[in-house]
Design a protein around this ligand. Structure first.
Ligand SMILES: [Zn+2]
Length: 314
């Protein structure tokens, strides 16, 4: 396992095209729709001119081909006589089509067998850190990497159903890594609108609840993403809390948001990014939830709701 499986899973689009994600947002497509409507209006006017017995002017003739390029989806409805009214829904595309979210399932199933890979130092912002860690586990051995993989794929499915293009930072739960800097880079290369790392904590058994970790300002690293990342943190916190009934962490963070400047996965991100620590695996109540498949299904919906709420900001 010398190679890190850094090739992301991509469904519904390629990474290459995601750089243009902003240009493919529905909002940016509206001018095309307006153009089609305007041209359609011209067509109606031209028909009227012909019907009245006058010769169409060269100017009108010249404008007729305009609807061609980019019109693509213009429906027969739009070209029908008297159908020049603006179509309130110019596209059948889901509202979040073209938006890109990178989901980073924390750790990996092969990390424990690859200490040299995992312990090597990699850039984590101004300093260096270990490539990755093995992660936490519940008292009876349910590992964090298995939990994060399961929850992440559920969140992916939920987002894809809404038209979001989702990139995962690893392909399965059998490999090693990728390192924290590579996980950040995958989000950057995807041109993600939002990125989220999924984790579960390994704190003392007395602490319970969830928290979101947002990047603090690290000069030259997170200056540009700290503010939108805080918006993302708030949206994920609010929706997750309301929909999952998971309480705010009682052992760390303020109102379930912790601001940190020591995480390579955040420091090296060029896109808005947060970590979600879904619960404390060492706490009996949290562990019972994290191990429960039905609870995870609900939790995935709750996380997805937080992400889509953020995407709806613009
Ligand atoms: Zn973790």
């Amino acid at each position: 396992m010398g190679q890190h499986p850094i090739r992301p899973t991509t469904v519904g689009g390629t990474i290459q095209t995601t750089h243009g994600g902003a240009a493919r947002r529905p909002g940016r497509l509206r001018p095309v729709g307006l153009l089609a409507v305007a041209a359609s209006t011209l067509l109606t006017a031209a028909c009227g001119t012909v019907a009245s017995g006058t010769t169409p002017s060269p100017e009108v003739t010249a404008t007729l081909p305009l609807p061609g390029p980019g019109e693509g989806s213009a429906s027969p409805r739009g070209a029908a006589p008297g159908a020049a009214e603006p179509d309130p829904q110019p596209s059948d595309a889901p509202p979040l089509a073209g938006r890109v979210v990178v989901i980073d399932p924390g750790h990996n199933g092969g990390n424990a067998e690859a200490p040299e890979e995992i312990n090597r130092q990699v850039p984590s912002g101004p300093g260096e850190k270990a490539c990755d860690t093995v992660g936490a586990e519940t008292a009876d051995g349910y590992p964090e990497h298995e939990f994060t993989w399961d929850l992440s794929t559920r969140i992916r499915d939920r987002l894809e159903a809404e038209g979001v293009t989702v990139v995962l930072t690893r392909d399965d739960n059998e490999g090693v890594g990728p390192c924290v800097n590579e996980r950040a880079e995958i989000g950057n290369e995807a041109g993600a609108d939002a990125a989220i790392s999924i984790h579960a904590d390994g704190s003392t058994p007395g602490g319970s609840g969830f928290h979101v970790i947002a990047p603090g300002v690290v000069d030259g690293y997170t200056d540009d993403i700290a503010e939108p990342s805080m918006d993302l943190a708030a949206d994920v916190r609010d929706e997750f809390h309301e929909r999952s009934d998971q309480p705010y962490a009682d052992y760390v963070a303020d109102d379930a948001i912790d601001v940190r400047t020591d995480l390579g996965g955040l420091n090296l991100s060029d896109v808005p990014k947060v970590f979600l620590e879904v619960g404390n695996m060492r706490n009996a109540t949290d562990a019972r939830n994290l191990k429960d498949e039905e609870w995870r299904a609900g939790a995935a919906n709750a996380v997805a709701a937080g992400l889509t709420r953020y995407l709806a900001r613009g």
